[in-house]
Design a protein around this ligand. Sequence first.
Ligand code: PLP
Length: 301
Amino acid sequence: MPDILEIESELGINTKAAIIESIEHPILDHSGIHLHIKRDDLLHPIISGNKWRKLKYTLLYALTKGHEHLISMGGPYSNHLHALAYIGHKLNLKTTGLIRGEQPTVDNYTLADMKKWGMNLKFITRGAFRDLRKYRNHDAEPAKKYNGFWIAEGGACHDALCGTAEIVKEIELDFDTLTLACGTGTTLAGIARTIPASKKVLGFSALKGGGFLENNIKKLLHMKGMPNWSVNFDYHFGGFAKTTDELTSFIEVFQSHNNIPLERLYNGKMLYGLLDLIKNDRFKKNHKVIAIHTGGLQGNR
Ligand SMILES: Cc1ncc(COP(=O)(O)O)c(C=O)c1O
């Protein structure tokens, strides 16, 4: 039976590094809001933030069942596939990444790393990629086709909830609300399931029209209502991977006040949205908020 602590140590995961820091920003002056950030981006330089949280128990399950080939899907800049390729490289496992769209003539940094770490890259049409999203189980069609262990897009599966729950268990500071960026909503679901009933988790969708997100979270949580969580859809800045000058300058200002790197796809949007809600008095005075930095900084290249 593989030992998860040994695997973490082999990969160099350091949960002690994922500290909580206070945030400085002009919007917070006189706001009466206490804002901190949990630096999950510091868990590991490559398998950072929610990437490890989501993959941890899925990987343990795969290894327990004796699998040596992990297969998953993602875009050409996917943080998830990037982390998976590195895990395969470090643990001597075969990995295959099914990549959305045509093979570029020149590899971007993410694809180049994935190749360097031995991931077998297969480029598939957007239609075929969309179709793959329906496969959730580890033994689903792509597992059979490529002869390995299938992990759904973004690591979105039930085992991921146990890993993301550990983010909450590491938080020793009192809080009223946790916030984080959402793609599939898996990280939010694991957190919603773990926080006490008196606390809330607020997600910020990185995608435009992410209506599927709420359904996905409800499905993962096996619940109809939304007792302690919600998702804000107002700060996607035009859609996934889209950006604006306003977002870029927000990130620059944020980084000039805090020694905390941000990327534009997820964490920059979440913090912009959160500070905008604070500016517009959407939280009660003395509200204690902890934002979770979900990593993904490799995308900045
Ligand atoms: C850096 C980063 N933050 C947030 C998310 C969104 O996480 P989830 O898909 O669990 O909502 C992702 C995607 O997995 C990500 O790469």
